[in-house]
Design a protein around this ligand. Structure first.
Ligand code: NAD
Ligand code: DAU
Length: 331
């Protein structure tokens, strides 16, 4: 296939590009704005095998340049961090909603297949059981509201214009190349450095963890076999409380439990996410990496790849950390 992968320099997008180039022999163009979260380093081993366009999805000129010669668009590009959406929602509205609109127009003009990468957060929080694709959309944060807005716009392009769109909603991803503002890489790097591990609230919120390569494979199935107009959930095999995750990271990093610090809770913090992925499993997908294996691989990767995270941890990230957590990183 000839794919335009938007947001392909981010955590999940770069994993997907690697998978499609290496295992499927696809021709890939990446369009990425290279925000704080996007880095060409994430594509270091495939950069010579792809076409890279530096630009924003909300810019129709950049999109027209990037999409030339492609037969499908897969959109990962987004502002993705819930905490940043609470302190400043505007960028989320521009990228996640306006940007999606520009991409949908580009797909409509050219009759391209369109895959929207979405999230379990569009369903909101669930105390028991799991969300299916028919569950109501009840987003809680500005981040998830903009992802929901994008999903609804995508669905409208199928219903109104017959555009062959599909949506893939993933649960919490973890693995190599994840920017250390998110729970798992933040806790790994703090544990390795001997810095405190800031756990929100009582630490009993539950997330449904999905190894990033499994999400990449799920999105690939949706791209190749998903029915137009449909959405597919892609949930991980294991659910864990945050405290369990953090404790396991401390053990694997060989760090002391006294590093755990309970801090003020996130406003509107969703208690639990859980997805039923039966519909995607019926297309032949299943998650292959359980949390125990995935977290070991992830801690090892961060331990072995300081070249990747040292420039992040010593740059603008320090200011973000100080602003958000109200304290500096010690080391
Ligand atoms: P990320 O923050 O690591 O990467 C986002 C990428 O998008 C970066 O490369 C960034 O430079 C790029 N980008 C941002 N704004 C852009 C714009 N206006 N134009 C072009 N590029 C832009 O995100 P991620 O965790 O890899 O998430 C990728 C997608 O998967 C997102 O749509 C997110 O909502 C979704 N998702 C993430 C998770 C998760 O746990 N991380 C789970 C489910 C779904
Ligand atoms: O569920 C899918 C979503 O997962 C994606 O759509 C989002 O893009 C992605 O950011 C992620 O959202 P979460 O808010 O669930 O992930 P985060 O890593 O920010 O937080 C995971 C849990 O850990 C959550 O309950 C909040 C908690 N947490 C997070 C941080 C950053 C802490 O306790 N301390 C922290 O410092």
């Amino acid at each position: 296939m000839r794919l335009l992968v938007c947001g392909g320099a981010g955590f999940i997008g770069s994993t997907f590009v690697r998978l499609r180039v290496r295992q499927h022999g696809d021709t890939v163009t990446v369009l990425d704005k290279l925000t704080y979260a996007g880095r060409q380093e994430n594509l270091h081993d495939v950069i010579d095998d792809i076409r890279f366009v530096h630009g924003a999805i909300e810019d129709p000129v950049a999109v027209a340049d990037a999409v030339a010669g492609c037969d499908a668009i897969v959109n990962f590009a987004a502002e993705t961090h819930v905490d940043r959406s609470i302190s400043g929602p505007e960028a989320f509205i521009i990228t996640n909603m306006q940007g999606t609109h520009v991409l949908l127009e580009a797909a409509r003009e050219r009759g391209l297949r369109y895959v929207q990468v979405s999230t379990d957060e569009v369903y909101g929080s669930i105390d028991e059981g799991s969300f299916t694709e028919r569950s109501p959309l009840q987003p809680s944060s500005p981040y998830s509201a903009t992802k929901t807005g994008a999903d609804l716009l995508v669905a409208s392009y199928f219903h109104t214009y017959g555009l062959p769109t599909v949506i893939c909603r993933g649960s919490n991803n973890y693995g190599p190349y994840q920017y250390p503002e998110k729970l798992i890489p933040l806790m790994i790097l703090n544990a390795l450095a001997g810095d405190p591990l800031p756990v929100y609230g009582d630490g009993r919120n539950v997330r449904n963890w999905l190894f990033v390569e499994d999400f990449g494979a799920g999105i690939g199935q949706v791209l190749e076999r998903g029915a137009p107009g449909e959405a597919y959930n892609c949930g991980g095999p294991d659910e864990c409380e945050n405290l369990t995750v953090v404790t396991r990271i401390l053990e694997l990093a060989g760090a002391d439990h006294s590093l755990i610090e309970f801090v003020t809770d996130r406003p509107g913090h969703d208690r639990r996410y859980s997805l039923s992925s039966e519909k995607l499993r019926a297309l032949g997908w299943q998650p292959r990496v359980h949390f125990e294996e995935g977290i070991e691989r992830t801690v090892r990767w961060y331990r072995d790849n300081a070249w990747w995270w040292e420039p992040i941890r010593s740059g603008a990230y320090r200011e973000y950390y100080e602003r958000h957590y109200g304290r500096a990183l010690k080391s």
